[in-house]
Design a protein around this ligand. Sequence first.
Ligand SMILES: [Fe+2]
Ligand SMILES: [Fe+2]
Length: 482
Amino acid sequence: MAGTINVDYGTSIPNNIGLGDDRRVLKALEKWHPGYLNWWHSMGPEGFQESLVYLRTAVSVDLDGWAKFGYVRMPEYKWGILLAPQEEDRRVPCGEHAGEPAWQDVPGEYRAMLRRLIVIQGDTEPASVEQQRHLGHTAPSLYDMRNLFQVNVEEGRHLWAMVYLLQKYFGRDGREEAEELLRRQSGHADHPRMLGAFNEATPDWLSFFMFTTFTDRDGKMQLEALAQSGFDPLSRTCRFMLTEEAHHMFVGATGVARAIQRTCDVMNEAGIDDPYDVDRIRALGVIDLPTIQKKCNLHFTLSLDLFGSEISTNAANAFNAGIKGRYKENKIDDDHKLVDATYPALRLIDGQIKRVDEPALSALNMRLRDDYVDDCAKGIKLWNNTIKKADIDFEITLPHVAFHRQIGEFASINASPDGKVLSDDEWQAQCDQWLPNKADGDFIDSLMVSEVEPGRYAGWIAPPKVGIDNKPGDFEYVKIDG
Ligand SMILES: [Fe+2]
Ligand SMILES: [Fe+2]
């Protein structure tokens, strides 16, 4: 049956798509499973595989009450295949097929394009688990350790989600791609992950929180665009993934907010009101706000690069084909074809950053990135409210999109965080103020000590306002010894 609400735990792979009746795909996934577990053990969280972790597991795709909480050993987590229920009479939302019935099978002419999009999305999921694999050892609390592992198992599930699509709809090359997803490794010299930001290190917990704030939010935008796909199984898969993604960004945004809270509290207790009095602040064992700004600059810009080139024929083709829509495509009031439409894009013209009208189809990456920047701006409000409440004169800001870019229009220039084009010398003289340097990294590293007493928190971060699943402050989120 296509899309029941409740999840069937009767087969070896929990699912809500009647996998029990689809022997071919079930077999293919069962064959893939040992390789996945192998990957989890060698590239997933380092240690803690025998620990009991208080995790949520999806038991339904009903948006009210889709998860249950309980202690699980991570390798025994129920990684399932969950698709949002099929919408009756769903239509291709955009492009030249707009208005035609959504595809339940892969349209032959778009097979290669679809496969590529699914593989790129799939590749990011295990990559982030690999990037975060060392962090369990320096968790600032059991609460945080549990959140890390929750994000990790769900990214693992997202890999399953993409592998299901490959196995079900792409035959032999789908199976090969599914194997490749387990073979590439974040940061590997010979077979790295596909996208730059997913080959960067996540060396400390502030990086983890910034990553889940900014890079998981890129994930959200990509999923939102794929949720608009005319290929219905992809749309349904992504719609359910988005429910889980919200928690990842919550972990990031509140994690940074708690670090900020602690810094502000400690500054106030010590009577320091100058946020740039870095040495004194650091001596108190908390992360100064200018360093938090630098980390924000780094992770925001790495994530901007994930949107690809501002002007892109690939993006135009995917939209035209109806396999990737815009953010909230179904809520936009236009013809959904964009043949003659324009979009104001930021471009580099004669060495200057200028806004010019471009064909809207070519500028779709830029548009999605603009939506992303707006969403990020909402996200950092929580941080600034925390600083304001503590009565400290500092504001975290998002740097200009031309700052510190490796991909797209601005990769060839240096720009300051406020968007001024700089010479190489000017950049070299100032970049240490804008991006974390070795000393910043070493300092943050020195604070990364694990705190595993229930209810206690490392000195650089404040406790959360509420517990997971409304548990009390001293709840033992991870029973380390199992
Ligand atoms: Fe994900
Ligand atoms: Fe995520």
